[in-house]
Design a protein around this ligand. Sequence first.
Ligand code: KG4
Ligand code: ZN
Length: 351
Amino acid sequence: MLRYLCGFKSSVLSITVLGIESSCDETSAAVCREGSILSNVVAGQEIHSLYGGVVPELASRAHIQHIVPVVDQALVRAGLELKNIHAVAFTQAPGLIGSLLVGAQFAKSVASALKVPLIAVHHMQAHVLANLIGGRENPASIPGFPFLCLTVSGGHTQIVICRGPLDLEVIGETTDDAAGEAFDKSAKLLGLPYPGGPLIDRYAAHGNPNRFSFPEPQIPGLNFSFSGLKTAILYFIQRERAKDPDFTEKNLADICASIQSRIISILLNKLKKASAETGIRDLCLAGGVAANRGLRKAFEDLGRDIGWKTFIPRMEYCTDNAAMIALTGYYKFLGGEFSPLSIPVSARAGW
Ligand code: KG4
Ligand code: ZN
């Protein structure tokens, strides 16, 4: 750490981190200066909707096409140049290996060329810390430590205690599908394109959540399971379509609202339990599924009833983004957590 700081002369007062995210199907770059996000550019990949899910090889190729213009734009929007960057942070795990490699190799090349430190970031830690974005400008807008975070994405569902930016502990997680997969697989069963989560959200807004009833699994502790729900939905649709082939089309809004309502109750019942067991009352959401309007409202309503302080990142910081990687990189810089250029990427979730 000292070695790096000595090289910074006067600029040491405004540590500036370039963040790169490429774990799945979004290529993103962001600049964080002293904890403030100066830019956050995200390029999505429409191509996967043709295949009903992310195709890893296509994702890697798209990252290769996007990474240079995305990083370029992030610097332009921040009003900076590469020479102003003090460290490069990148998503090192978990994710699709080919996608991770593109971002990692790019980050390593930039760090090496600029002779600045490289910082490996865990994607799930970054999703949690997305709740700290904006705290420098408005400290009251972010949670106090320790806080609990329900991280719900396409690949993960976790309850995390965050005691500090670099002190996190997973206390509950899914034993099978993630919440985002539950949304996407349900949508697929209903004939909706990938990613189906946002579409279920949209249809559910006009539907009756009490019209159809789906089971809530009884999983011990703070863990989750969504595979039983998926099977129940499959059998329900098969049964109803045998009676009326147009059943799903005619009842789409009510089916979406009922599925969404069950996914939300599974998530929030565990979060309630986690808060009761830990005594922590600053509660956060994170991850792509935190963009779900039904979940956001139910979380805030529950928080009001129970007396929690609730926090949800802005939409653009819920889905995959490099702002959260750059901010996590900033905290790791302060903590002296740097990585060698030889660090490998990892598809696995352990942290
Ligand atoms: O965090 P994220 O962008 O990528 C991963 O790290 O997985 O999460 C993507 C997931 C997908 O499953 C997508 O369907 C879901 O988030 N998602 C939503 C909504 N927006 C994104 N699920 C439900 N409602 C939404 N509005
Ligand atoms: Zn994610």
